[in-house]
Every structure is written in C-alpha cells, then in structure tokens.
Write a protein that binds this ligand. Structure first.
Ligand code: GRF
Length: 195
C-alpha cells in the first residue's frame, strides 16, 4: 500500500481526519508519519493519541531551507513515503521537496480556487459578494495555492450564517473533500481489490 506523510503546523484536524480515514480504509494509503514545523502544533497531541510517529523539524536548526527540506526527506525515506499531504502546513514548499516528490505533494485550501489563494481565505470568501466559498484540494507547485486542482466543492453561504458558522461548515466540508480528492488520485480501495 502507498505510504504517505502529513505535514502540519497547527491544529491538525485535517491530519486526524486523514489518519482515521487511513485506519478505517476509507482512503487507499497508509499515513505513517507526521511532520510539524512548530513545537506547539496541536497536531502533535493528535499523533500521540494514536501512537503515530511524529517529527518536529525546526527550521532554525538549519542554515537554509534547502537543508531543512533535505533533512525532512531523510525522515520520509526512512518511512518509504511516496505521498505528502499538507494539512495546514504554513510554509512554502521549495524545489528540494518538489523535485523529489513530483506531483506527489497535495494541499487542501479553504476556498473555491482560483478564488482567494493565500491567507484568510475563509474570511475573504465570506466578505465577498459572490455568496459562496468552498474547499479545494490541489497538487502543490512552486506558487501559493496555484497547482492543478484535483477536486473541489462549493459551499453556498446561507443568509443566517455569521463568519463563525461559515468557518465551521467549511471545516466540515474539508474532511469530506480531502478524502474524495485522495480517492480520485489513489484509486478507490474496493475497486482495486475487485480488479
Ligand atoms: C484548513 O482550513 C486548511 O484548509 C488550511 O489550513 C487549515 C488547517 O486546519 N490549509 P487544521 O489544522 O487541519 O485543523
């Protein structure tokens, strides 16, 4: 089975969702390691809860970002990782990782791309006049949220929703959309076992 790593910087609810989906065989891959770039990322607690190996890699310990990413590749090799799923990882991926994992790095973004790339995408979607937001899962390229879209869904904003409610609904949708996107590229497990 394909092995994957998740990269996160903060809360890690998408990480936990993917880990559970992997354990429940809802996605056709094994999440085998978590990489975090912040020592206080709550994602660490989630990894500990499941006994999943995790690594805090501190960019300050390296002379440059290339060295930081090379160190991460060393960890990923140890686990024979083929795919990287970004889940709230707040750092731009540079060419060292992009070249090593061509079309194998995937990100989730809380907007209907190409609308609202970058930060505060949920608030910016809520504040605009279009009346909808969304969730997009895409391959990672050198830009910010610009890679080829794998799967996305729109979320219509109900008139009675405030920003907090909209955010909650976006996060719920994320957990569904990330799994659907991964099934699209990794293949559905049941289909595979039939063939
Ligand atoms: C999510 O909204 C994701 O789309 C964005 O960062 C957020 C991470 O949330 N890239 P969590 O840490 O998975 O709870």
């Amino acid at each position: 089975m394909v092995k994957a790593a998740v990269f996160a910087s903060g809360n890690g609810s998408n990480f936990e969702n993917l880990l559970l989906a992997s354990k429940n065989k809802e996605i056709n891959c094994e999440i085998c390691v978590l990489i975090v770039d912040k020592s206080d990322a709550y994602a660490i607690k989630r990894a500990q809860k499941f006994g999943l190996p995790y690594y805090f890699v501190n960019i300050s310990d390296f002379s440059c970002k290339d060295e930081f990413e090379k160190h991460i590749i060393g960890i990923l090799n140890k686990y024979r990782v083929e795919y990287i799923f970004l889940a709230g990882y707040m750092r731009i991926i540079s060419s060292v990782l992009l070249d090593k994992f061509k079309n194998k790095i995937i990100n989730i973004h809380p907007s209907f791309l190409p609308n609202f790339t970058g930060k505060d995408a949920i608030k910016r979607s809520f504040d605009c006049d279009e009346g909808y937001g969304g969730v997009s899962v895409h391959f990672v390229d050198a830009g910010i949220d610009t890679g080829e879209i794998i799967y996305q869904e729109k979320l219509l904003i109900k008139p009675e929703w405030n920003l907090q409610k909209f955010e909650e609904e976006i996060h719920k949708l994320e957990y569904v959309v990330y799994k659907k996107a991964l099934n699209k590229i990794l293949g559905d497990k049941d289909e595979k076992s039939i063939n």
